[in-house]
Design a binder for this molecule. Structure first.
Ligand code: NAD
Length: 484
C-alpha cells in the first residue's frame, strides 16, 4: 500500500538543545526520515541551537553520527543523508544570556513557517521564550514545542503556562506528549469514531473494566537523581497514561478538530474522582538478578520514590458509572509492553452448556511492541464433539495491514513534529488540560507524602508488587499477563 504523505509548508525548525540526548535519539533521526519521505519541502532547514561551540560542519557530523546510530541500517541512504545534512545549520546560544541570539535572528527568513523546539530542561523554557520575543525572532505565526516534564505539580505547571503565555498565544504552544503521536493511539480514535461497531457498546452497560499497562524492563540507571524527584506517578501517570485514559473515556467530539478533541479530554480529566489510598499500590524494585536495586541508583538510601504504581481510577459521569480503569506502570518489570485492554461484559444469558469455554470479549490496543489491535472473540472450537467454545484474536497488526516493515511505521516524534509544521494542535496538550491533570494528581501524591507511605519492594524482572495483584483480586478480576 502506498502511504499518502500530506504536504507541509517550507519551514525553519530551530532545535534548542540540538546536541542533547533527545535530539540525537529521536528528533534528528525522525526528521531525516521525514526528509526521505519528502516532507522537508523547498529549502526547509533545521537549525541546531545549543551551548556547545560548534560550526555548521561540526554539528552536521553529530547529526550524521545520530542517524548512523538511531536510524535502522536499511533506511540509511548515503545520498539522502548528504541531502539532509545540507539542510542543517547551527548556532551556539546561551539560553540565559545574550550570546548567539543576534546570530540566530540574522539566520531566520521571512515567509516560512518558524518552529522552535525547546528540547532543553524546563527551567530554561521561560528564558528562551523571553529572548525569542525580545530579539524579534518569533513572530505571530511562530510555534514553540515544549517537552515534558510540564511542571511537577499544579503550582509549577501554572507558573510554566504563565511564563509561556507572556510571549506566545495558546495556539502557538505545542506541549508534546509522544504517546499521542503513536499510530495505535490515534487509531483508537479512528476505531471509536469511524465505525458503528464499537461506540454503541462503549459504556458501562457493556464494558466491565479497562486496564492500561505501561511496563518497562529498564531501571532508572543513569537517571537516578532526576527520577528520584519524580517517580512513576509524575513521570508516567499524570501525562501519558492520563492521555490514554482520556482517549478511551471521552465523548465523541463534534469534529476532529484540535479544540473539539481537547475540550472532550478536559471533561474526562475533570470527571476523575479522587483516588482513596486503598486504591493505590506503590512499589520500588529491589536488588537481585544482577540488579543493584532502586535505592542504589537513586543515591538516597531512604528514598520513598515509587518506580511502580497501580491505581484504580473512576470516571464520574453517566457513561462510565461503576467501570474501573486500572492503571499500572513500572520499571524493571518482566517485559517491555504497553497496552490498553477493554474487557466487555458477559452476554446477558448463556445458551451454551460449555460454561468453562467462555471468555469475555477484550479489545487490546498494543502500543509496544508490535503496535496494533486484537479483538478477542468467542468462536466454536473446530471439529466434531459438540459445541465447545474457544477464544481467538481478530488480529490487526499495523505493519502487516499496511504491508510495511515494522521499522517503517513513522515514529511518534516524526508525526508530531510534522503536525507542528502544519499547525495542527489536536495531538498536543492544552494548558488547561495539563493543569487539570495536576489538580487531580497533586492530592494523591500529597496523601502518601503526608502519611509517609513507603513503597512495597518488588523483585526486578517480576510483574510488580504483590499488593497490586490484590487491587484486582478483591474486585474479582485479574491483571493481564505482562509479556512482549
Ligand atoms: P540533555 O541534557 O541531553 O541536553 C540538553 C541540551 O540543552 C544540550 O543540547 C545543551 O547544550 C542544551 N543547553 C543546556 N543549557 C543550555 C543553555 N544555558 N543555553 C543553551 N543550551 C543549553 O537533555 P535531553 O535528555 O536531550 O532532554 C531535553 C528535554 O527533553 C528535557 O526537558 C527532558 O526532560 C526532555 N525529555 C527528554 C527525553 C529523553 O529521552 N532524553 C525524553 C522525554 C523528555
Amino acid at each position: 500500500m502506498v502511504s499518502r504523505v500530506i504536504p507541509v509548508d517550507v519551514f525553519d525548525l530551530v532545535i534548542f538543545g540540538g546536541t542533547g540526548d533527545l535530539a540525537r535519539r529521536k528528533i534528528l533521526p525522525g526528521l531525516y526520515r521525514r526528509f526521505v519521505a519528502g516532507q522537508m519541502p523547498g529549502d526547509s532547514r533545521i537549525i541546531g541551537a545549543a551551548r556547545a561551540d560548534l560550526t555548521d560542519e561540526g554539528f552536521r557530523e553529530q547529526v550524521r553520527a545520530a542517524i548512523a546510530e538511531f536510524v535502522p541500517k536499511a533506511r540509511q541512504d548515503q545520498a539522502a543523508i548528504e541531502g539532509f545534512l545540507g539542510r542543517i545549520h547551527y548556532v551556539s546560544i546561551d539560553a540565559t544570556g545574550t550570546g548567539g541570539w543576534a546570530a540566530l535572528k540574522a539566520l531566520m527568513r521571512e515567509n516560512v513557517v518558524r518552529a522552535f523546539y525547546f528540547s532543553v530542561a524546563p527551567s530554561l523554557f521561560g528564558d528562551i521564550a523571553q529572548r525569542l520575543s525580545e530579539y524579534g525572532i518569533a513572530d505571530a505565526w511562530s510555534r514553540i514545542v515544549v517537552e515534558k516534564p510540564f511542571g511537577r505539580d499544579l503550582a509549577s505547571a501554572k507558573a510554566l503556562n504563565a511564563v509561556l503565555a507572556k510571549h506566545f498565544n495558546e495556539t502557538q504552544i505545542y506541549r508534546i506528549d509522544h504517546y499521542l503521536g503513536k499510530e495505535t493511539v490515534q487509531n483508537l480514535m479512528a476505531v471509536r469514531f469511524a465505525n458503528i461497531l464499537f461506540e454503541p457498546l462503549w459504556k458501562a452497560e457493556y464494558i466491565d473494566h479497562v486496564q492500561i499497562t505501561v511496563a518497562e524492563t529498564v531501571g532508572v540507571d543513569g537517571r537516578g537523581a532526576y527520577y528520584d524527584k519524580s517517580g512513576a506517578m509524575r513521570d508516567m501517570v499524570q501525562n501519558h497514561m492520563m492521555q490514554l485514559l482520556c482517549l478511551i473515556a471521552m465523548e465523541p467530539p463534534y469534529h476532529f478538530d484540535p479544540d473539539a478533541v481537547r475540550d472532550e479530554k478536559l471533561k474526562v480529566i475533570r470527571a476523575l474522582k479522587p483516588v482513596p489510598k486503598e486504591d493505590i499500590v506503590r512499589g520500588q524494585y529491589g536488588a537481585g538478578k544482577g540488579e543493584k536495586g532502586y535505592l542504589v541508583h537513586s543515591e538516597n538510601p531512604a528514598s520513598k520514590t515509587e518506580s511502580y504504581i497501580a491505581l484504580k481510577v473512576q470516571v464520574s459521569n453517566w457513561r462510565w458509572q461503576g467501570v474501573p480503569f486500572y492503571l499500572r506502570t513500572g520499571k524493571r518489570l518482566r517485559a517491555r509492553a504497553s497496552e490498553i485492554a477493554i474487557t466487555f461484559r458477559q452476554p446477558p444469558h448463556a445458551i451454551f452448556d460449555d460454561a468453562t469455554g467462555w471468555h469475555a470479549n477484550v479489545l487490546v490496543i498494543r502500543l509496544q511492541p508490535n503496535e496494533g489491535m486484537d479483538l478477542m472473540v468467542m468462536i466454536k472450537e473446530p471439529g466434531p464433539g459438540g459445541m465447545r467454545l474457544m477464544q481467538v484474536p481478530l488480529d490487526m497488526s499495523f505493519a502487516d495491514a499496511l504491508g510495511a516493515e515494522a521499522d517503517d511505521v513513522p515514529d511518534a516524534y516524526e508525526r508530531l513534529i510534522m503536525d507542528v509544521i502544519r499547525g495542527n494542535q489536536t495531538l498536543f496538550m492544552r494548558g488547561d488540560e495539563v493543569e487539570a491533570a495536576w489538580a487531580w494528581t497533586d492530592p494523591i501524591i500529597q496523601g502518601w507524602e503526608a502519611r509517609g507511605d513507603r513503597p512495597q519492594t518488588y523483585d526486578p524482572g517480576s510483574s510488580g508488587p504483590e499488593d497490586a495483584l490484590m487491587l484486582m483480586h478483591r474486585d474479582g478480576r485479574r491483571w493481564r499477563e505482562i509479556r512482549e
